[in-house]
Design a protein around this ligand. Structure first.
Ligand code: GLY
Length: 372
């Protein structure tokens, strides 16, 4: 078992192990404790043939918990204030006390909404994150960003609320549809460009071994799971490096926004029909090109990033113009005092942050898009 110590404002552990889910109750009762468990999940997870909801229900019951479950329709549109109020009302109906726990079993939507419900119910109860997507495993389940959306924008109501435990069972991730899996690949490539180039080679090896992509033997599945455990552990170690000491995102956590400046704007312009991973992958390519045009990085590094992202099968040419994304770009939540921290790749594995005037973001985007 891989056991990572996450040094947040309140330290917690992430456990990574194939077949961990049936054992979850044991680990949860040992760490966060409590006597009632409220399991929040979505319709996709609840209907998976591997039956993770039934498994966690049984495991928590065997560990002595009084368990209730709540299922939301899958998709970002469930991350809304009405669904949030339904969830916390149900927690109250089930008699959850401040010492009890919320278990968020799902991808980013469930982790974000569940984390926010845990952060606010009775001014905060413990939360256990159990990611069921690769993206949630390498990113959103760790670091304590929780939120719901408003019609005016994504994640506009939220809180920093770190989980008390993160349990990752990579067996859950191997059956994901390729496009969902690729979302996690984009964030993993980001960690490679930021700080850990070796993770990119490991990710490549894992992808080659995933049964759907190679001969379906149990050996290749075992190898894939083992490689995936290594990738997740390295990815989260890199994320933890940037979050440690800056949980509330005032400084070095900003490095994690590599590719997100232009990527988020493209994702929002597409009304989220482009996935987060695809958008961030494209964002990394365009931002590197913009940085090269500003003379902040070499064109060799920008080309290397372009080839790398292309090699993984991501689209790299934007489906929109700079004009299309401008409204989203100028409302970026990371603009402070009319300045934004550009994350500049110096080479694969080394980046620095450069203050950049927010009123020149259009110029940066034009350079990135290769527009005049
Ligand atoms: N996903 C970026 C962060 O957690 O800061």
């Amino acid at each position: 078992m891989k056991e990572l110590d996450i040094r947040g404002d309140r330290p917690y552990k992430m456990l990574i192990e194939p077949g961990l889910l049936p054992e979850a109750g044991k680990y949860i009762s040992h760490a966060p404790g409590g006597s009632r468990a409220f399991v929040l999940t979505d319709s996709t997870v609840a209907s998976l043939p591997s039956m993770p909801l039934a498994t966690i229900y049984r495991s928590l019951t065997e560990a002595g918990y009084q368990v209730s479950t709540c299922q939301l329709p899958a998709g970002e549109s469930s991350k809304n204030p009405t669904a949030y109020l339904d969830v916390v009302s149900m927690m109250a109906d089930r008699g959850l006390q401040p010492t009890d726990i919320l278990v968020a079993l799902g991808g980013g939507m469930i982790g974000d909404l569940g984390g926010f419900a845990a952060a606010t119910y009775m001014r905060g109860i413990k939360c256990v994150q159990i990611p069921t997507t690769f993206l949630a495993a390498v990113d959103s389940s760790v670091g304590g960003k929780t939120a719901i959306d408003l019609p005016q924008g994504k994640n506009l109501i939220g809180a920093f609320w770190e989980p008390s435990l993160v349990l990752c069972d990579p067996d859950l991730l191997l059956t994901l549809p390729a496009t969902v899996f690729m979302d996690g690949c984009a964030e993993t490539i980001k960690y490679g460009i930021l700080k850990d180039p070796e993770i990119i080679a490991l990710l490549r090896q894992a992808l080659e071994k995933i049964p759907e992509r190679s001969a379906k033997t149990s050996d290749s599945a075992d190898n894939a799971t083992d490689l995936l455990c290594q990738v997740i552990a390295r990815a989260v170690t890199t994320k933890e490096f940037y979050v440690h000491g800056d949980v509330t995102d005032k400084g070095k956590r900003g490095f994690l926004n590599l590719g997100h400046l232009l990527g988020h704007a493209i994702e929002a312009w597409s009304c989220f029909s482009l996935s987060h991973g695809q958008s961030v992958a494209m964002g990394m390519v365009l931002e590197a090109r913009g940085c090269a045009a500003l003379g902040l990085t070499s064109s060799d590094t920008a080309d290397e990033i372009r080839e790398l992202v292309n090699d993984f099968g991501f689209a790299i040419d934007p489906p929109c113009t700079v004009q299309d994304i401008l409204p989203y770009l100028v409302h970026d939540k990371r603009i402070r005092n009319n300045s934004i921290g550009l994350i500049v790749p110096d080479s694969i594995g080394n980046c620095h942050m450069e203050p950049y005037p927010a009123d020149e973001l259009e110029k940066f985007a034009r350079l990135g898009f290769g527009e005049q």
